[in-house]
Design a protein. Structure first.
Length: 174
């Protein structure tokens, strides 16, 4: 899916360039570099999130994630009914979507200590949503990718937190 979005962006961008006024060779090279930079940015942003299918239905997925987190002693926050909020905002065909607030116990304290107070807190959110074809998806921050981009203690702590998250989602996600 990520590759499809990137390819479509590139095609649209190139076709837009082809339709416009003739560009010099230098302008064309600059435009191609900008497109490549945008593609790389989109790939990096896409890799920052972990999007996977759930093995369960919508409500069962929400319940399984929250009960699994509770059993592990995680801090549980609110459950935001995003579908209801979208409908209130006028989106009539909004599909089911809930944003769950949950975080491994002490996660942000560990990140703060490991970074010397320089890293921002983790968002501690997971979103469960239904697609047009009825599949249930779960999306969350990809801590494995984030850990790879850090160094020292912070990388280690983020890797440990990623492993804790993996344990929670193991029986839930495909």
């Amino acid at each position: 899916m990520k590759k499809l979005v990137i390819t479509l962006l590139a095609c649209c961008s190139l076709s837009a360039l082809a339709q416009g006024p003739q560009l010099s060779k230098e302008q064309m090279q600059q435009a191609q570099q900008m497109i490549l930079a945008k593609q790389m940015q989109m790939q990096m942003m896409a890799s920052m999130y972990d999007l996977r299918y759930s093995r369960f239905g919508f409500d069962e997925t929400v319940t399984a994630i929250r009960s699994g987190a509770e059993k592990r002693g995680w801090k549980l926050g609110d459950v935001h009914d995003v579908q209801a909020e979208m409908r209130t905002a006028g989106v009539k065909d909004a599909r089911r979507m809930k944003a769950l607030g949950l975080c491994p116990a002490g996660a942000n304290e560990r990140v703060t200590k490991a970074s010397g107070g320089k890293a921002p807190p983790l968002p501690c959110r997971t979103t469960v949503f239904e697609t047009a074809d009825g599949k249930i998806n779960v999306v969350r921050l990809n801590l494995h990718t984030l850990a790879k981009g850090m160094q020292g203690d912070l990388s280690k702590v983020l890797g440990e937190l990623a492993a804790e998250e993996d344990a929670l989602y193991k029986g839930i996600l495909e």
